[in-house]
Write a protein that binds this ligand. Structure first.
Ligand SMILES: *Cc1c(COP(=O)(O)O)cnc(C)c1O
Length: 400
């Protein structure tokens, strides 16, 4: 029996069975051809079955699929860490690999906490955002702020001593630093776009101010770019605009081929662990960290991203999105938000979206709404007509 995610198994709608996938198309049993508007949880940025990524994985497979990084190393992981160091801004150069975004967030938080204990500091508080989503493991849930995902584990504040959540407003940020600044180990944020918390978008000025305050109070700034990395906001990384001390990447890292993630630290964080004292070492090591197939897929994905003008592709997606939703509205809609490769229609009442998945399916679109959010996070290789088809399907739902 398969236990499916985020769902009551007793009332689960039967999942759509995929037999083949190519480009932006999912081919489901029964002869259905669906445009994927979700990119398999926002990761498949180059589309499915990409010949270059397929070839990279196949080539690596001829040598070996996996060796552990405990006592061993290999070319693919070395090349990927060099590539990431090269590609990421500033001195974000020190790459700790793991198998999923949640684990990479755990590693980032662990780094921040131990960075402080290694220097003899007793700071014990983490600053995070309201509506944050950082993954489903326990510490990631604690810094997260989403009852809709983690309702089984108690309300905020009951279980979350040691984490302070603030809205994305500069006065709240300044207040929090004034009150807790001396006690903070780190501030963790999904920069510019909060994904699973409801595709909430906010302004870069908030992050610029956060950087200043982190410097002033000697607090590490962590960007969880698991969702926003590799272009989703229209920027390569939000880290290109405001430089964090620790950057977390996942989802699109391997082009959505193989689960893998990375926590990238700057020199200062690295130096906080680099010593003759063995107790200052970072004690973490996922079994499959630096998996050779995942690293090969990531290298091929990054090469495509850099060589095939993806920022331009994303800009075009954003332009088409704005054009198609210009003047569109409905009394059941609270707000339409657009940023880079993401569109979100937030409705006033979540029951408005009941039945949309089937409606979209019948029109050749795969969509997965959640709560009050109907959204798209399309593969960047989508054509204009395919994108318009997705948007027409969304608009048609409100025009029934
Ligand atoms: C998806 C996501 C995660 C968790 O990644 P997994 O690979 O699902 O563990 C963490 N942070 C953000 C911002 C995400 O969108």
């Amino acid at each position: 029996m398969i236990w499916y995610p985020y769902a009551q198994m007793k009332t689960l709608d039967a999942p759509i069975k995929i037999e083949r996938a190519d480009g932006v198309h999912l081919f489901a049993s029964g002869g259905h051809d669906l445009i994927d508007s979700v990119s398999s949880w926002w990761s498949v940025i180059h589309g499915y079955n990409h010949p270059k990524i397929n070839a990279a994985i196949t080539k690596q497979l001829e040598s070996f699929a996996h060796v552990m990084l405990g006592g061993l190393t290999h070319e693919a992981v070395q090349r990927l860490s060099d590539k990431l160091a090269d590609m990421l801004p500033g001195d974000l150069d020190y790459c700790f690999f793991s198998d999923s975004g949640s684990v990479a967030v755990e590693v980032a938080l662990k780094m921040a906490l131990q960075f402080n204990t290694n220097r003899g500091s007793k700071r014990d508080t983490i600053l995070a955002l309201e509506h944050a989503y950082h993954g489903d493991t326990f510490k990631a849930m604690e810094v997260g702020d989403d009852e809709d995902y983690h309702f089984a584990f108690g309300k905020a504040n009951e279980k979350k001593r040691g984490v302070v959540h603030i809205p994305t407003q500069t006065d709240a940020l300044e207040d929090a630093f004034a009150r807790y600044g001396e006690r903070l180990t780190c501030f963790i944020a999904e920069p510019l776009l909060q994904g699973a918390g409801g595709m909430r978008m906010y302004d870069i000025s908030f992050l610029k101010r956060a950087r200043e305050l982190c410097d002033e109070y000697d607090v590490l700034l962590i960007f969880d770019e698991v969702a926003t990395g590799f272009g989703r906001t229209g920027n390569r990384f939000v880290a290109d605009l405001v430089l964090p001390d620790i950057e977390v990447l996942g989802k699109a890292l391997t082009g959505g081929y193989i689960g893998h993630a990375v926590t990238v630290a700057n020199k200062r964080v690295w130096d906080g662990f680099y010593s003759d004292d063995p107790t200052h070492a970072l004690m973490h090591g996922p079994t499959f960290m630096g998996n050779a197939l995942a690293c090969s897929a990531a290298l091929a994905s990054i090469e495509l991203f850099e060589n095939e003008n993806y920022i331009e592709k994303i800009r075009r997606i954003e332009q088409i999105s704005r054009r198609e939703f210009e003047g569109f509205g409905d009394e059941r809609i609270k707000e339409i938000r657009i940023m880079g490769g993401c569109v979100c229609i937030e409705v006033k009442d979540e029951s408005v979206l009941d039945g949309f998945r089937q409606f979209a399916f019948e029109r050749g679109v795969f969509s997965r709404t959640f709560l009050k959010y109907m959204y798209t996070m399309v593969p960047y290789v989508i054509s204009e007509s395919e994108l318009v088809c997705v948007f027409d399907t969304m608009k048609a739902w409100f025009r029934r």
